[in-house]
Design a protein around this ligand. Sequence first.
Ligand code: MCA
Ligand code: AMP
Length: 503
Amino acid sequence: MANPLYDRLLASHAGKTTPFLYLQDGQEVTFDGFLKQAARFAHALTNAGLVPGDRLVAQVQKSPEALALYAACVQAGIVFLPLNTAYTVSELTYFIDDSGAAMIVADASSEAAIAPIAASLKAHFETLNADGTGSLPDQAKTMSATFPTVDRAADDLAALLYTSGTTGRSKGAMLTQTNLLSNADVLVDYWQFSADDVLLHALPIFHTHGLFVATNVMLAVGGSMIFLPKFDLDALIDSLPRATAMMGVPTFYTRLLDDTRFARKLVEHMRLFVSGSAPLLAETHRQFEQRTGHRILERYGMTETNMNTSNPYDAERRAGTVGFPLPGIDLRIVDAETGRALGQGDVGQIEVRGPNVFKGYWRMPEKTAEEFRSDGFFITGDLGTIDKDGYVHIVGRNKDLIISGGYNIYPKEIELVLDAQPGVLESAVIGVPHADFGETVVGLIVPKADETLDLEAIATATAQALAKFKQPRRLILVDELPRNAMGKVQKNVLREAYNDLSL
Ligand code: MCA
Ligand code: AMP
């Protein structure tokens, strides 16, 4: 046996003293240095008693050490569970509990809040700060820089990524070694990445886009990354001349286009711009081409499936489409009710099957069964159509989901918080157009009869429960919610009514 993910993405870089990461302060991390840091972390984790298959929750700022922690987990066979740094303690508690995590690694500033929760759930707690210091690196410092890589089967879990659900309860998507590896290999080929590439990396590393699509691809080819701690317009403008490729969510591209420094000359040497995680407006695609001469390559994926489709590298990148199913991935459009396959040009639900598709939801066999067809196709909940040339168009969603700046927000989770507030009869949360984030969150609240609601108090309670990006930008009192004959709230009616709030 071997460890396919470690062997393919990491092992071959041992001893390589060329740069893997270029940091904002001018420092570099070599491939060899990165691997040694990962091996030291792997020792620290196993010394703490973690065994293969255990889950490690990482809620840490983006840093080379945070990325090395991912590599350490791969090498030690530990299931990596990264979390958005914006999550509140109450959100975090659910993930620790549900995953049965053996260790939580977080910033020292969260220790007072998280350590007691970790203790009550019998998990270790260690710190790792944005500057690479903390109790975990302290322990790792004295450890050996080589670690005996733990054997893993192709079907063993490599990562558990939580994705919210329409019921309001987040589900852990179980991603295997094969899921991650097969997708990295396909993307390397499809997007023609090589060791000469320098990827401008400004995405967070707690999601599929920044962690797997960007990092795994660059590790697979031995390319390097300009590793920015977060999206920062000035830093991007400054870094672009040294990059060959960039990956981003649509907000990255609209923000760049809003800046006059972002000109053709700055990026004429570049090879590739990739967009995903949210719909890229055809208008943005066109503006980008006019300004730079480059056509953004849009692709489509999900946490559960990694990447499913992509516009082509060499042929036409068609604005407003997500391109073709990637090699080895089957994609079909079906009638959502009956599951019957639809013809070319018809709009229906997108379903996918392939080595990229996850193993199921962590400890939720019924939920997993609901989301798969008997022939192995996964029901994405996205609505789409395939045009006469084979390009897939995403035209909507069959799931109640808001995507804000590339972050997924499930209204149900917010409605549960709003409904629990004193004096609230019911609520409906919708996404409305937003120039910067694509969509943003608005909450409509119906008070109980004869109750006067304190919207500020409700906003404060929401802020304590939910990460900033999920909090409604506006709360609006309404007398009632529009419902259809079945009694279901008509969110489309609400979306139309509040379409131009200009938030
Ligand atoms: C930050 N804020 C947000 C968001 N991000 N609010 C709504 N939506 C967001 N996405 C809040 C901040 O807390 C802040 O609040 C205010 O908005 C403005 O902050 P700002 O500094 O402008 O935010 P930022 O740091 O610039 O962040 C915007 C961002 C960031 C760069 C678009 O959200 C980002 O990096 N998004 C990428 C998400 C991503 O990687 N998605 C991939 C998921 P205040 O000022 O009031 O305190 S993977 C996926 O979807 C699939 C698999 C796929 O296909 O890739
Ligand atoms: P996540 O749960 O974060 O993995 O988000 C997955 C969802 O993001 C998909 O089901 C789509 O609804 C959406 N998505 C990802 N890429 C695109 C894209 N290029 N265009 C439109 N929607 C996208």
